[in-house]
Design a protein around this ligand. Sequence first.
Ligand code: ZN
Length: 427
Amino acid sequence: MNSTARRQFLKAGTSLAVLGALPRAVQAAMAPTDKYDLLIRNANVLDPSQGLTGRRDIGIRYGQIETIAPTIAAERGARVMDVGGKLVTPGLIDLHCHSYPYGSAIGIPADELVPYQCTTTVVSAGDAGANNFAAFRRFIVPASRTRQYAFVHIGVAGLAGFPVPELYNIDYAQPEAAARVVAENADIVLGVKVRMSENVIARNGTEPLKRSIKACEMSGVPAKVMCHIGGVADRALMAQILDLLRPGDILTHCFSGAPNLAGDGTNIVQDGKLLPAALAAKKRGVIFDIGHGGGSFDYTIAEAAIAQGCTPDTISSDIHVFSGNTPGMPYLPWVMSKLIGLGFSLPEVVAMVTTAPARVIARMPKHGTLQLGAPADLSILEVVDGPVEFVDTRDNKRTGKMHLRPVGAVVAGVAFGRPYQSPFVVR
Ligand SMILES: [Zn+2]
């Protein structure tokens, strides 16, 4: 398929997906006494996509949001979940996650993260490279109730060789192989992942990023680079990396304060000053993504960057088998709580894990919303008021006035846990 044909094919695919939502037809067929498959009652709804806040009941049928109303009688639900005034948001989307167990050395099964994260969609950030992507597609994605997307790693083995740095040998970075995976899996692959810190690429400079951009361009589909930063080889390299990123590309670990191998701070804030190249990247539409992880969120960088104009666009966890055991506790609701502590409002923070990453993914109509006809993905959280202490990945501590506690999640109208349904049918 040439690139024009591929673009037309993708366009057709998109419109089919829109038809597949069928919101109005389903609603018209629902008689006043018909039951919702799942009725969520006493929800404190917060949906930034439509400015919706307040106490609502939510009727779900055929895997979609059917009705949101001040009250819906309990008898209307085949199954009823009373959430007792807890916060209900569109299903949380984790744009930087490691969800390829058995294939990458650091992955966790996405569904195992639900009790800690309430995530209904996760994006595997370069766990798979061209050589092991097929197993992710064939065995991991269909076996997961959590919706999954991916960035394919520019290195052919992805993160299977962790902790051995994947690009000390630049020959592992194969643009043709990555481009083929992007093109052949454009329904779930968003683009190409590259890790640019010195402890991953040694002295290979901008070459790994250039090969990643080339792979995106060669694919013939609209593909984005997710570029990991941290301690890069020297101060000038950070500006060079930022200058290469295109509008829509994602800068992950944007507030990393990790030093390079010589111990120098080579991040987007150097000596307290935001790099002009970072502000320029932000202004031309590069997505600034948190990617907290076990070593990539530094309050001193975040506070300086935010004060000087680089606010985050998306909040992500970078959760994996190592970061999940660190004191920074980079589980998504906890990272959201840290951003609230930095002064962002609850609606702003919820938007950074719903509408904003859904725009980056751009694969499913009404993803990241609770609009009528949207896929019935919801997260249930408890707003816990009271003093709390947070720690970043460099032992800087900050206090907050509240935090979010994960309670549960519903994917495509089916709850994780109770109430169960028979037969246990999931998408
Ligand atoms: Zn990561």
